[in-house]
Design a protein around this ligand. Structure first.
Ligand code: PBG
Length: 335
């Protein structure tokens, strides 16, 4: 309830002239309601067991799959730019039906996490907990009778999460969209003595066509079918809130909406509804579009990227997972 004085104060205005406050750049800066900073961002990193030199992802200019030996340079760039967190994805040496390289003690992600924590103990290391890069069929769980078997997959995801925690991950990020995955992983972590390892759940993860370039980067396109029987249907908003509520109840420390750009309404609703820290994933297709148009001279990719990232924060995200993190941090520093 606004006070009577407040109501009265409005009457004294000769005219509404909001442009007064936009005249000076410094005035605009002073009045900014949302301030984007490198500390909002988490940078995804792809480590590839099979290569010895960095390989650029064709549809994601500036993003590379790295061998372990190149992590040192990458991590020092990230920390120099004051980006507080990375999200590690792995490409295994071989794939099989259950994605067993995903939970090997010396798997690529486990090795990368150990290396990163040694190089930069203060950097937050998050990992993606999923099977699609590791299965020969490219789905996010084990297949039974032509479909992804939910409950059987939970045990494998828990093993993956525990192996990441053992390697030193600060946050594990289940992204397989299996029902009950947060609960199963929380229990497994606690039993394994990893009560301090956080869970960032990809709670509202939509079956989106914006993941295309990632699947090229991670070689995780499903051999048959699609992910619509486990990832969310893009038209649905209330269902996203339901997914997030379930994950918080199951023990998620951080919840996520993914993708971000076309889902700002979901981010905004989630922020209004829950107090949990909220991450938003500015996904590969969102990055690729802006990069491609920028390269064609069709738009200014720097300004568009900063506008998009600011919008994601304005919508309510606390953590923005973005391939722009390094560039954006550099741009923000120059400004
Ligand atoms: C793994 C996973 C995917 C992404 C993050 N984790 C791909 C998918 O679900 O198909 C997409 C990230 C991006 O597009 O940037 N399941």
């Amino acid at each position: 309830m606004k006070s009577e004085l407040y109501e009265a104060s409005k009457e004294f205005k000769a005219a509404e002239r909001p442009r007064r406050l936009r005249r000076l750049r410094s005035m605009r800066l002073l009045l900014q309601e949302t301030r984007l900073s490198s500390s909002d961002m988490m940078y995804p990193i792809f480590v590839d067991r099979r290569i010895s030199k960095p390989e650029e992802v064709e549809s994601m200019p500036g993003i590379y799959r790295l061998p372990l030996s190149d992590l040192e340079g990458e991590i020092s760039t990230v920390t120099d730019l004051r980006i507080p967190a990375v999200l590690v994805f792995g490409l295994p040496g071989h794939k099989d039906a259950i994605g067993s390289e995903a939970f090997e003690t010396d798997g690529i992600v486990q090795q990368a996490v150990r290396a990163i924590k040694k190089l930069a103990p203060e950097l937050v290391v998050a990992t993606d907990v999923c099977l699609c890069q590791y299965t020969d069929h490219g789905h996010c769980g084990v297949i039974r009778g032509g479909t992804v078997a939910n409950d059987e997959t939970l045990g494998i995801l828990s093993r993956v999460a525990v192996s990441h925690a053992e390697a030193g991950a600060d946050i594990v990020g289940p992204s397989a969209m299996m029902d009950g995955q947060v609960k199963a992983i929380r229990e497994a972590l606690d039993e394994g003595g990893f009560a301090d390892t956080s869970i960032m759940s990809y709670s509202a993860k939509y079956a989106s066509a914006f993941y295309g370039p990632f699947r090229e980067a991670a070689e995780s396109t499903p051999l048959w079918g699609d992910r619509r029987t486990y990832q969310m249907d893009p038209p649905n908003r209330r269902e996203a809130l339901q997914e997030i509520a379930i994950d918080i109840k199951e023990g998620a420390d951080i919840v996520m909406v993914k993708p971000a750009m076309s889902y700002l309404d979901i981010i905004s609703s989630a922020r209004a509804e829950f107090n949990a820290p909220l991450a938003a994933y500015n996904v590969s297709g969102e990055y690729a579009m802006i990069k491609a148009a920028g390269r064609n001279g069709w738009l200014n990719d720097k300004l568009v990227a900063l506008e998009v990232l600011t919008a994601i924060k304005r919508a309510g995200a606390n953590i923005i997972i973005t391939y722009f993190a390094k560039e954006a941090a550099t741009w923000l520093r120059e400004d």
